[in-house]
Design a protein around this ligand. Structure first.
Ligand SMILES: Nc1ncnc2c1ncn2[C@@H]1O[C@H](COP(=O)(O)OP(=O)(O)OP(=O)(O)O)[C@@H](O)[C@H]1O
Ligand SMILES: [Mg+2]
Length: 328
């Protein structure tokens, strides 16, 4: 089984290759072709190895959640049916089937809308240092992986498309992708950056989405520890204020931390269905900051062996099956 690392659709205009998705223009001016490849990125580095079918699993999970959550906020999905896509797209059915969506082209709001229900990862690291998470004061005596009294909204900057932390020159200043807005720009809040009204609408929607998704995931035996949403603006049909919609991928193991509920035990890190497994494998293989371009610093990049590829695939697949199993 081979992984699709890169799409090849010569009759379409490629707009961007993100870490995971290839995005194409189509003859339909308001729409984009959004294709999830099998690439995997860890610590913002795209690995040389792909995970066979990962793009299909991500697409299937996003589709599932778009449908489930559409009453909270509209989203960018137009169709996943290749027969309903512009004609020039259909010739590539074999590459695209199961891993593509036609979506509404949006102006992306430059903020990653992160919601956390449990204290883990960078939030746990910050809390141990300063009793805060993204500068929000947190009750004393929390233990690792514990549930917050209520979910918290911790937005961060969104790097320009295709930009990675390591590519930003010192001249460009301090905006480096993933750090919390507060720590990057102590004098500018997220609300000032995108406008208070938009910030409020995104915060409200994000918390509602997270809460609804958590409840559902629980019923499938999954804890949704945290997640990241992206939002965009599209012209409204009525010609009034632009419409805010949910874009990108939603609630996939790439954008979220899913933990098996039956193994949940606060006080330590949790087994997970997300990229933690690959992160651990990479760290064991010698990955560290500064060696992004490869084990020998020669630009050849990082690869993972077949066992780790299969282990990752198994975890993503299991998350998908658990979500989609017992309910319709
Ligand atoms: N409806 C939409 N309209 C326009 N752009 C979108 C839409 N939905 C998602 N995007 C953008 O498409 C890209 C998806 O590609 P991918 O997820 O691989 O990128 P990334 O590497 O995570 O992010 P980036 O390219 O921003 O560093 C993201 O930049 C995302 O913001
Ligand atoms: Mg992305």
């Amino acid at each position: 089984m081979t992984a699709l690392l890169q799409t090849d659709l010569p009759d379409l205009h490629l707009l961007s290759r993100g870490k995971v998705r290839d995005v194409y223009a189509t003859s339909s001016p308001d729409h984009l072709l959004f294709v999830a490849t099998d690439r995997i990125s860890v610590y913002d580095v795209i690995l040389n190895s792909g995970i066979p079918d990962k793009g299909k699993l991500l697409t299937s999970i996003s589709l599932f959640w778009f449908e489930k959550l559409k009453d909270i906020i509209p989203n960018h999905l137009v169709t996943v049916n290749i027969d309903e896509m512009p004609e020039e797209v259909r010739q590539y059915r074999e590459q695209l089937e199961g891993r593509t969506m036609l979506v509404r082209k949006a102006r992306i709001v430059p903020m990653e809308a992160i919601v956390r229900g449990y204290i883990t990862g960078s939030a746990w690291a910050e809390y141990q240092k300063s009793q805060t998470v993204c500068s929000i004061p947190i009750p004393a005596k929390m233990e690792e992986s514990q549930k917050f009294p209520t979910p918290i909204f911790t937005p961060s900057t969104k790097a320009e498309q295709g930009a990675h932390d390591e590519n930003i020159s010192p001249e460009k200043g301090t905006v480096v992708g993933k750090a919390s807005l507060k720590s990057l720009m102590p004098t500018i809040s997220a609300a000032q950056l995108i406008g208070q009204d938009l910030f409020d609408r995104i915060q409200t929607a994000s918390l509602q989405l997270y809460t609804a998704a958590t409840e559902y995931a629980e019923s499938c035996g999954l804890i949704l520890a945290d997640t990241k949403f992206e939002f965009g603006l599209v012209p409204s049909a009525s010609g009034g204020q632009d419409e805010l919609i949910l874009v990108d991928e939603v609630l996939t193991p790439d954008s979220s931390r899913y933990w098996p509920r039956d193994q949940y035990e606060p006080g330590k890190g949790q087994p997970s269905f997300d990229k933690q497994y690959v992160r651990n494998a990479l760290t064991a293989a010698g990955y560290r900051k500064g060696l992004e371009s490869g084990p020998n610093g020669n630009g050849e990049g990082w690869a993972i062996d077949d066992t780790v590829i299969e282990g990752t695939r198994k975890r993503y697949k299991e998350a998908e099956q658990m979500l989609k199993s017992s309910h319709s």
